[in-house]
Design a protein around this ligand. Structure first.
Ligand code: PMP
Length: 428
């Protein structure tokens, strides 16, 4: 399979490079490859399969919906109606009647495009502020606001008017400061730039932000940082776009991560886990006052996947019924406890996470340089022992855990045993 893929498929494919398996089937937190090997899947379709592979209740709902209506463009349908109602019901009460939904082409990147376009339309401004280390997708504007350099380096003429500022990455402070004595100076740079009419940058349409940088290496933003970004954007009438493509739908222990930061964004971007089972759907939620699209302003053929809508409603029902968000918080604490011994390892630079997004950042104990080769070795040893893990961050030096949100304590324990063991073996 892999040799055939090598011959026919584009060299842009990513996951099978470090994880050379061909997947035959998935069930819950597990996948089986074509040779019959079973793996714990802590990649979960890049954070998509919130209820694991092929959750039986979701499969049933999808099967039922597929005999009724599969594709609905952007016509109203009963499945869409129920999906919208379910989504709005998950918002904090104060926002429930305030927000509207715009369905986007079925990827997170397309929803990021929509958010940026809407911000430009509403404000009449053209600049966007983004953060170093962030990831927002592979389409042109989404790539241009992405702060990770490697995906964009070979592409000339990025979308203009994007300005990058330091993120609150305290484990590797972008200003080289001691995080213990720091007053979140990183955000001060942004404040100065936006408030200075001469030496700064033009007033932007929006600031786009991940509350936990995912691809950037599982970096939760500091609360103070987020609070000041919100205050500043509000004071200057700049829109705040929160990209919850990865952090959303319960991943961090609340439906959206912004709830834990006590802020109200102007625009929220969501995609990956909206259907719970890996059917494509993407959307932005935004304040009613921003609904200034003209008809046809951001369209696309695949904005009416009825299977995704039906699954998404059922996923929310299950998440409520089984109190899956409590499981996210409890399993997150379990992972934190189990990874504690890694903190004393000389090659561990940092262990951090929120909910069920966890990362172990590796660095050379002498030079402090990110240890990507060690990350890849840990990933390879874990795979051999039956655990699929993803890497992230600059130089792949962060080993990431993204389990399904309904993962059981036993599976978490086994996965952590494997990770600790793989780390040990990789260092030998
Ligand atoms: N934003 C964030 C925060 C993401 O993590 C991703 C995907 N990893 C995207 C946007 C892009 O989503 P998609 O791959 O569906 O275009």
């Amino acid at each position: 399979f892999l040799a055939r893929q090598d011959r026919w498929e584009s060299s842009a494919r990513t996951y099978p490079r470090n994880l050379p398996i061909a997947i035959a089937e998935g069930t819950g937190s597990f996948v089986r490859d074509v040779d019959g090997n079973v793996f714990i899947d802590f990649l979960t379709g890049a954070g998509v399969l919130s209820l694991g592979h092929n959750h039986p209740e979701l499969v049933e709902v999808v099967a039922r919906q597929s005999s009724v209506l599969v594709h609905g463009l952007d016509f109203p349908t009963p499945a869409k109606d129920a999906f919208v109602e379910a989504q709005l019901s998950m918002l904090p009460p104060a926002l429930r009647d305030q927000m509207k939904i715009h369905f986007c082409g079925p990827t997170g990147a397309n929803a990021v495009e929509a958010a940026i376009k809407l911000a430009k339309i509403v404000t009449g401004r053209g600049e966007i502020v983004s953060f170093q280390g962030g990831f927002h997708g592979s389409t042109h504007a989404a790539m241009s606001v992405t702060g990770l350099v490697s995906p964009k380096q070979p592409v000339a003429n990025q979308v203009p008017g994007v300005h990058f500022f330091p993120y609150s990455s305290c484990a590797r402070c972008p200003l080289g400061l001691d995080p213990h004595s720091c007053e979140t100076n990183c955000v001060t740079l942004l404040e100065r730039a936006l408030r200075d009419p001469n030496g700064g940058i033009p007033l932007p349409a929006a600031v786009i932000l991940e509350l936990v940088q995912g691809e950037g290496g599982v970096v939760p933003a500091r609360r103070e940082f987020v609070r000041r970004v919100r205050e500043l954007t509000r004071a200057l009438d700049v829109l705040l776009i929160v990209d919850e493509v990865q952090t959303g739908c319960g991943r961090t222990g609340t439906w959206f991560a912004f709830e834990q930061y006590d802020i109200e964004p102007d625009i929220v971007v969501a995609s990956k886990a909206l259907s719970g089972i890996g059917l494509p759907v993407a959307l932005i939620l935004y304040h009613r006052r921003l609904d200034q699209w003209k008809p046809g302003a951001h369209i696309g053929t695949f904005r009416g996947n009825q299977l995704a809508f039906a699954a998404g409603v059922e996923a929310i029902r299950i998440i409520r019924r089984d109190d899956v968000l409590a499981n996210v918080r409890a399993r997150g604490e379990q992972i934190a406890d189990r990874l504690e011994p890694l903190r004393n390892q000389p090659w561990t630079h940092d262990v951090r996470g929120l909910g069920l997004m966890w990362g172990v950042e590796l660095a050379d104990p002498v030079t402090g340089a990110p240890a990507g080769a060690l990350g890849r070795a840990v990933q390879a040893h874990a795979l051999r022992r039956g655990l699929i893990l993803e890497l992230g961050g600059r130089h792949d030096a962060v080993v990431r855990m993204l389990p399904p949100l309904n993962v059981t304590p036993d599976v978490v324990d086994t996965a952590c045993d494997i990770l600790l063991d793989a780390y040990d073996t990789a260092l030998r």
